[in-house]
Design a protein around this ligand. Structure first.
Ligand SMILES: [Zn+2]
Length: 269
């Protein structure tokens, strides 16, 4: 009898526990739901989470950006609880996710600056001088803040122009042995530039419908974005910083990748 009572008591407590868990879970979901947006395109889904306040150190001051991150998924659903449940079963740390830093009144302002920044582990994180990505990243953020509004898309699947970090290391080995950036990628069997902007443009369109001005020296990038349906009204160049380590890299961009050369400076990206 005592064992039976004990069992009933435990059942009751478990039920209470389950109930409390589900109330907690509901609360978590209701918080997250307000910050998740489903963006649908061509049978796939992008789940955009944000905005999240991100105070950042920029040029000696603290500037607050609105940060959003997105995840591409085959499953299209507005049942965000399902998406939250899935997170622990997919090892997201093994893959990179892209994100965007938004500044100012991005939705309404007539003129917004956009930078599509390709991830560069060596340049952005280590401050490598083999390229000028780290410099460009900071410079674009400064331009956006000085302008008043804009967005910097940090594209995580663009490492080494879309060949990935390991292959970029291989390409660097070839470059140390006399090949230029374009040749090195081609010798490894890659296209010179394998970058795709589709998802970033979908995200951009969900954040702003008015035209944008693109920060780039790369006319191909401008074309790629126009062709994929982005309303680009203008292009503004980005001044690079030339050093003895990246001079050849920058010159290759001009000679081989059709980058526009500005008087007295070197173009990049
Ligand atoms: Zn770089």
């Amino acid at each position: 009898m005592a064992a039976f009572l004990e069992e009933r008591f435990n059942d009751k407590m478990n039920l209470k526990g389950d109930l409390r868990m589900s109330v907690l879970q509901e609360k978590v979901i209701s918080i997250l739901e307000k910050k998740i947006k489903l963006i649908q395109s061509e049978g796939k889904a992008l789940y955009l989470v944000g905005p999240i306040q991100l105070p950042m150190s920029l040029d000696g001051a603290t500037v607050t950006f609105q940060w959003y991150c997105w995840l591409q998924c085959k499953e299209v659903t507005e049942d965000f609880e399902r998406i939250v449940e899935k997170l622990t079963s997919i090892n997201l740390a093994e893959m990179q996710q892209s994100s965007v830093l938004v500044y100012g009144d991005f939705l309404n302002h007539e003129e917004a600056l956009i930078r599509m920044h390709s991830i560069c582990h060596t340049g952005d994180i280590f401050g490598s001088k083999r390229c000028d990505c780290g410099f460009q990243l900071e410079q674009s953020l400064k331009m956006i803040v000085n302008h008043g509004t804009g967005a910097l898309f940090y594209l995580a699947n663009h490492e080494g122009r879309g060949i990935g970090l390991f292959s970029k290391a291989m390409a660097y080995v070839l470059q140390e042995n006399g090949y230029d950036t374009v040749e090195a990628n081609l010798k490894l069997g890659f296209a010179d530039d394998a970058r795709n902007y589709g998802d970033a443009i979908q995200v951009l369109k969900s954040l702003r419908t008015k035209p944008v001005t693109l920060i780039t020296n790369n006319p191909k990038k401008l074309d790629a974005l126009k062709n994929s349906g982005m309303d680009v009204s203008e292009r503004v160049p980005l001044w690079g910083n030339v050093s003895e380590y990246n001079e050849k890299y920058l010159q290759t961009k001009i000679e081989r990748s059709g980058h526009l050369e500005a008087a007295g400076t070197c173009p990049n990206d």
